[in-house]
Design a binder for this molecule. Sequence first.
Ligand code: 5GP
Length: 214
Amino acid sequence: MPLKLTSTDGLALIVSAPSGTGKTTVCGKLRELLPELGIKVSHTTRNPRTGEVDGVHYHFIDTKEFQEGVDRGDFLEWAQVHTDLYGTLRQPVEEQLSQGRDLLMELDVQGVASLREQNFPGIFVLILPPSLPELERRLVHRATETPEKIARRLETAKTEIARYPLYDYVVTNHVVEDTVQTMMAILHAEKHRSTRYCPDNEEIRSLMDPGIKT
Ligand code: 5GP
């Protein structure tokens, strides 16, 4: 059977991690190394943290606006994380992928479960801390949450870790630079899957799928 030549759709790299694992830092460095990666800015009902800019880090909206978006079916996926709502608009994601742009999407485990249910095509990566005490140390060091919130995030982390089979890859974030290199390796390997192969050589192309001979 000939290889099924795919379209030139971009590749969605979907990344989750328990809060405090270092996902934001890892994804920030990935974006620096791969400036051509498309950006998906989520919507959230949570308040901006110091330094966060509306439209850059998130679109900060209120619950009513969020609910209206849900009712209209604007969201590809959405979830309540901790105490707030987070969602990904369908239109910009589909638009960028169909234009051949790779996309980095940071989602919680519920968002990942929702995309898996929809058979959304993408590479799903879970980043984990080396241990739970280390995660707690990182959360305390970050100093953005109260002790109660930290305790809640640690409990949430346990349920997130248990859902690891939803993902294609699991990477332990010991050292940020190493994790970034591993993510790059995953991305490179995935780009070379036979099912994504799009030959630009006519002869090779015709040998692979006579049906698309011009
Ligand atoms: P934070 O409030 O720390 O920025 O994010 C909390 C959690 O929400 C993180 O796990 C983050 O990946 C997740 N998150 C951010 N945007 C979205 C989104 O659009 N959808 C879903 N399901 N989760 C999101």
